[in-house]
Design a protein around this ligand. Sequence first.
Ligand code: GCV
Length: 670
Amino acid sequence: MIRMLLLSICLLLAGERLSAENGSRLWLRQDTTANAKVECSLLSPTLDIACSELKRTWKGTPVSLELFNDATHTALGPEGYTIRSGKNGITLGSISEKGLLYATYHLLRLQATQQDTQSLHIEERPAYPIRILNHWDNLDGTIERGYAGHSLWKWDELPATLSPRYEAYARANASIGINATVLNNVNASPEMLDTPYLKKVKALADIFRPYNLKVYLSVNFASPMIIGKLATADPLDPQVANWWKQKVHEIYSLIPDFGGFLVKANSEGQPGPCDYHRTHAEGANMLAEALKPYGGIVMWRAFVYSPSDNDRAKQAYLEFHPLDGKFLDNVIVQVKNGPIDFQPREPYSPLFGAMKHTPLMVEFQVTQEYLGHSNHLAYLAPMWKEFFQYVKPESIRAIAGVSNIGDESNWCGHDFAQANWYAFGRLAWNPELSSESIADEWLAQTFTANPQFIHPVEDMMMQSREAVVDYMMPLGLHHIFAWGHHYGPEPWCTIPGARPDWLPSYYHQADRKGLGFDRSHTGSNAVAQYPDSLARMFDSIDTCPEEFLLWFHHAPWTHTMNNGTTLWEELCRHYQHGVDKTRNFCQTWEEVKPYVDTERWNAVNERLQIQTNDAVWWKDACLLYFQQFSKMSFPKDIERPVHKLKKLMKVKLPISNYERPTPEMLPKIK
Ligand code: GCV
């Protein structure tokens, strides 16, 4: 207490005023009264933005922005750049205006994070040419799995009324290198392609263009029938192909730099080529032919699974692997990072590495559908870096993130969820960056560069995703979420008539013998889809990494873990550990209170309290439920449950798949 008082006094004496903030400025909060000397001999909308950003914000030596065509700059590609300091100031160089815009934001980031800018010799180029956000925004303003309010896109007002947030959105993306956006849900409404909507899309594209942000659309495969009134959407029907060609022509006449289509086909009830006994490749190629003359691409999703006897984790591979090499060269197959669906931890999808003749892109989920929505603090960079431990960054062509952005004032619902938007952009630019350095950068810009704040909070962020895994689904457990909204625990869930692979028992397989899904050679043999060395490692219960134990094995309750304890004891300890960590987060946040403005401190604090409550809810629900099968008692060092299983089994949150629950709805510790 005394320490905190002293800290507050120090901050006041140092003149640091913590005026209330609502998070709307994201990480772009620098003072804008600099009036810097900036030279740029060319004029263009993009360079105007770069120059005015620098003029307002840069406090160092004069800056000049120059277009070069020498070998160094050419090798850095159209979005790459250099930053060099010399006697007369700093030179930003690139072969293109967009490169100069990215250089501008890089330089300003160095200033905001208080780095030395005296002797700069920086060369940068992005790892991927397409770094794209996928919005799951519906035309009625709701966002599937969105937990930060309604859609940013005000379709009713567009194109006449242009919200200032459209430009703020483009600017924020440019500042972290995101260069593309899919505006609408992959469960796509066919109306998106109606002319009035395309005019609205054009209005957004016009605002985004100077920020080098390209627009893409999700399309419904049955559009030729629904809006074109054709009798079929068969991709091999010439009338259908022609309909798409006309539509694509119309789009490019409005938006000459349109990026292309994202398609969810024959998945979760969406129409697709398989409705006509055509393959995914035939469907994708028909669209690709239409886009090709304009330089557009098709991002075709591999997220497919049908109610069948086959393990859901195997299905995307089974369907797409035989199609390797059959896609046209302007098709990229978009694959979720794991084989099921954005769980808190999944092994990587075996399609990566298996499609040798097909460009692939990874799809991460920035929105926290399965990680506590925007109620829980879960910094996701470590999860995405984990993917890159298995999948070489250079083996994929592009990177997509399902957006967590909505129209709430702080954009992402939870102030710390902004860090995931930020980290997605930074990793898409350079997957070699460390999670720690990205967290530090984000914290310094979003809150304060004071190390007394950064160190403990970075530490909290770094532990946060593992904490969620621990209190939700440790040791490779997966998909034991509540039905529909996926917020709380429901390992017991049964819905009469529901698809088995939509029910938790399909995944946890708890019985008197043990727990987990046998995907070894004695079970579904999903391990065989991985390269030999990994397949062998995952296949044996003795060599399978413990974090994936219950993903690949049905392990006996008494199975001896690496530390000599039983599976049951270790499971209990992980749940307890998760709870303990969330309590530590509350403590850390309390300790850094003097460094944070009241408005954001309170907002984060309120959510950390929810997270701690939820962690206990998860622990009690899962352990009490699994105890019915293990029949083993809780180890001594595990807190006794505060909830009763019977009561927890009655919890039904009154939320849809685009809402986060409010504290009043949640089971609380009395
Ligand atoms: C957009 C999961 C989600 C769905 C989502 C789907 C997908 O199943 O729960 O809301 O639909 O993934 O990625 O297509």
